[in-house]
Ligand binder design. Structure first.
Ligand code: WT7
Length: 645
């Protein structure tokens, strides 16, 4: 397989960018010709951002799994589609060829059908990073069921909320997941999430850790038994087959929940055709992937990065995608480098937080590791600081590998701003140039394009996009109004990302971080309101306010100011109780790093918390807190400053 749409020079990038802006429909239709369609489209694009309405390739019929699997079978059936590295390095590796993947996905599709799952039904997937997770995702796509993958770190309460929001009737999970030394009891968490739930009919349980679990008659069934039965059904003539459901271009493919500035996560909906084309296009161009290379994305499939660049992007390009079950620091901090060495990884795509954490272990974990197979490095999820960028460049890439700094979001489906490895220039801590088809715009608070440069010749503003690209969010599940308000109403006729950015004279973009009340902790997005809601669930809490502060490894840490009506025991045990409450309500990754008990919060006369002041105090700023005269009780600020933790 070669990629006719792979850009190979800077001039070609400029040419393609120009074409994509001048004639977007022709541009994307030409790319779409490289995919497998049951029926071609009637119209390439119909849109307006006012509703919003975005429809790509309307009238086309396809199934994304035929593009990710079936069409590679003749030429690359024995090429590894997935390589799986287990948590425990002593355990056997698994190599899943395209032929094998095809068979497994057909079996899952049959298994789902046997259990009553139909096109359009929502299937919640809560599993560790095992190949069966990828089979489950693709099995859903094959029968047209809408998957909603929930990251294994979310609590029972979070799962319960998501099950209810999506009206999910089916769950696929594992008994447990291995993560370093720990076993995460996934099925127990599901059991807790299902207390009181009336919609879930079946829970399919894959055996991974073999920790004791409860199995409820009529509801809980074993993956292995069901897959065995399905195997007999799909293996009719010595060759497995399950006919893929014919999907409309704009049928939903999946829901993925993500945090915003309100307390409730929203279900971002992506659809079949546009998402497929955009993830494949960006995968091939940003990473400059060449056939047979080993692509290692260290994300979890529970986040959008794993959806787009472990599963759908690489597989639709016929690539070999490496999937890792464990964590970067177990058995030791050399684990990523062992994996690169073991499989001769060509492309490594990871997060700044992982780089910063591994950087902290020094050179020792790198000794004796052959990293010479690496050709391209990538980062995603948060701004990368220059120190981490240079460490990555020198110690991992040995100054020979381009680093792509890829900016995008759950809502964008795929990478929007990034250099193309070795084709367009990198600039440390800058995401650089927009991909073809992407038209960024920096605006001020009133939505006016910023034109005034600062003393360094930079433009600074809120990052918007002017026109739709194929993988743009279509709606928020069950609540289209929320989608409109969140992304398309702040500035009329623009998609608003929620990020701030700088632009230099060459047209490069540098993402400076969120401008809304959303935190980015270790590359995980979390709303301050969500954490506040969880803290407020604690029986001793009267009120709380949460802000971010700079954290050397996580990027941002969670700082919370809490008013209590009495501690139970000392302050420290109360802090731990509050952290535990958050862990139960959201998940362990949302636990506040710092909890400061306060008597009051800085509020305006209208009762609004002045977060700006709280942010500054959390950042360690004591002098320039800005105007505090509008506060109801300005004295509260000094008290908070004194009590800083
Ligand atoms: C937010 C999206 C996209 C996959 C992982 C996170 C931040 C993402 C970068 C980057 C600076 C980045 C933004 C964005 N972000 N990539 N290369 N440089 N910031 O997905 O959970 O939807 O979060 O992550 O703030 O809005 P997500």
């Amino acid at each position: 397989m070669s990629y006719p749409f792979q850009i190979r020079s800077f001039e070609e990038y400029q040419q393609k960018y120009k074409e994509s802006v001048e004639a977007p429909e022709k541009f994307w239709a030409d790319i779409a010709e490289n995919f497998l369609w049951r029926k071609k489209w009637d119209k390439v694009l119909e849109w307006n951002f006012a509703e919003p309405k975005v429809e790509w390739f309307k009238g086309a019929k396809l199934n994304i799994t035929e593009n990710c699997i079936d069409r590679h079978l003749n030429t690359s059936g024995e090429t590894p589609a997935l390589i799986w590295e287990p948590n425990n390095p002593e355990e056997r590796t698994r190599v899943v060829t395209y032929n094998r993947l095809h068979k497994r996905v057909c079996q899952v599709a049959q298994m789902l059908k046997n259990n009553g799952v139909k096109k359009g039904d929502r299937v919640c997937i809560y599993m560790g990073m095992v190949p069966e997770l990828a089979y489950a995702v693709l099995g859903c796509a094959r029968i047209g069921a809408i998957h909603s993958v929930i990251f294994g770190g979310f609590s029972a309460q979070s799962i319960a909320d998501r099950l209810e929001d999506a009206h999910a009737e089916y769950i696929i999970t594992c008994d447990g997941a291995f993560r370093g030394e720990k076993v995460i009891p996934l099925k127990d968490v599901i059991d807790d999430a299902l207390i009181g739930n009336k919609t879930v009919k079946k829970v399919i349980v894959y055996t991974r850790t073999r920790n004791p679990i409860s199995m409820i008659r009529g509801r809980d069934i074993w993956w292995e038994d069901e897959m065995h039965y399905a195997e007999e059904q799909v293996e009719k003539h010595g060759k497995a087959f399950f006919k893929a459901e014919e999907m409309d271009a704009e049928d939903p493919l999946f829901i993925l929940y993500t945090s915003g500035s309100t307390g409730k996560p929203k279900g971002v909906v992506h659809t079949c055709a546009g998402y497929m084309i955009y993830t494949a296009y960006t995968f091939v161009n940003v990473f400059q992937y060449q056939p047979k290379q080993i692509f290692f994305c260290t994300a979890d499939i529970g986040w959008i990065t794993g959806h787009s660049y472990i599963v759908y992007g690489p597989l639709s390009a016929g690539a070999t995608s490496l999937m890792f079950e464990g964590i970067p620091t177990w058995p030791d901090a050399g684990r990523f480098w062992d994996i690169v060495d073991k499989y001769k990884v060509d492309v490594l795509y990871t997060a700044p937080t992982a780089i910063r954490s591994l950087m902290g272990f020094g050179d020792e974990p790198l000794k004796g590791k052959d990293l010479s197979s690496l050709k391209v490095l990538g980062t995603v999820g948060e701004p990368i600081n220059e120190e981490a960028w240079h460490w990555y460049d020198e110690n991992i890439g040995k100054k020979k590998c381009p680093i792509v700094d890829t900016w995008w979001q759950t809502e964008t489906g795929g990478i929007l701003i990034s250099n193309l490895a070795g084709v367009t220039s990198s600039k440390p801590s800058w995401a650089t140039l927009p991909l073809p088809g992407i038209q960024p715009l920096l605006v001020d608070e009133n939505g006016k394009e910023v034109t005034e440069k600062d003393e360094h010749g930079l433009l600074k503003g809120n990052l918007c996009i002017k026109a739709p690209w194929p993988a743009i969010i279509r709606t928020t599940y069950g609540d289209p109004e929320r989608c409109r308000k969140n992304y398309f109403a702040t500035y009329p006729n623009l998609y608003f990302s929620g990020d701030g950015a700088l632009k230099d004279e060459q047209g490069n973009y540098r993402i400076t971080g969120r401008v809304d009340d959303v935190l980015n902790v270790s590359g995980h997005r979390i709303g301050t309101a969500e954490v506040e809601n969880a803290i407020n669930m604690h029986s001793g809490v009267v009120e709380s306010a949460v802000v971010g502060y700079p954290h050397s490894i996580k990027g941002q840490g969670i700082y919370s100011y809490v008013i209590t009506n009495g501690m139970h025991g000392d302050a420290d045990s109360t802090r731990k109780d509050i952290a535990q409450t958050v862990s139960r309500i959201i998940g362990p990754f949302a636990k506040p790093d710092k909890i400061q008990f306060v008597k009051g919060l800085p509020k305006t006369r209208s009762g609004k918390i002045m977060r700006r002041i709280l942010r500054k105090i959390a950042e360690g700023e004591t002098e320039n807190l800005g105007d505090t005269t509008t506060l109801l009780d300005p004295g509260i600020v000094d008290e908070i400053k004194k009590g800083k933790v």
